[in-house]
Design a protein around this ligand. Sequence first.
Ligand code: ZN
Ligand code: ZN
Length: 175
Amino acid sequence: MRITYACPACQATTTLDGVETRETLDCAACGAVLPIAADAIAGRGTDQPARLTRCLVCPSLELFVRKDFPQRLGVAIVVLGLAASCVAWANRELVATFAILFGTALLDVTLFFLMPDCLSCYRCGARYNGAGATGKASGPTAGGHEFGGFDLETHEKHRQIVARTKRLTSDPTHP
Ligand SMILES: [Zn+2]
Ligand SMILES: [Zn+2]
């Protein structure tokens, strides 16, 4: 399993592989060490597949499942498709215009379904990819932790907590 997170000490984006075999998360930029709690990864050290039960960074229990799809790539495909169809439209190539638009949409949908799931933390934005980073419980001993898809209400809750914390720490009356 791979983790991508913003280091709480220096905010640098850090990517680490093989999280299930690690004891700590080490920041390559500032050297900050985050210990990984023993219960944060279920099935560790057993023959059961390792599975994330909560965020390793903040450590929130609320994670959501999403497609491991680079958003920029999706946007780039759509923009390129639109630009190409405009060129075709300007040249009065009606069939080509719609073929390009349809092809673009199909490519986006196909890529989306081919991409594996990954887990994201609502609170700190850490991302988890690979084996063990799934919403479904695997095996009978995997426990009751199951992560659902993105929930706007939960997202909003965490966003407000972060905003409030920022306001408190930047308030000059609370040094
Ligand atoms: Zn750091
Ligand atoms: Zn987190």
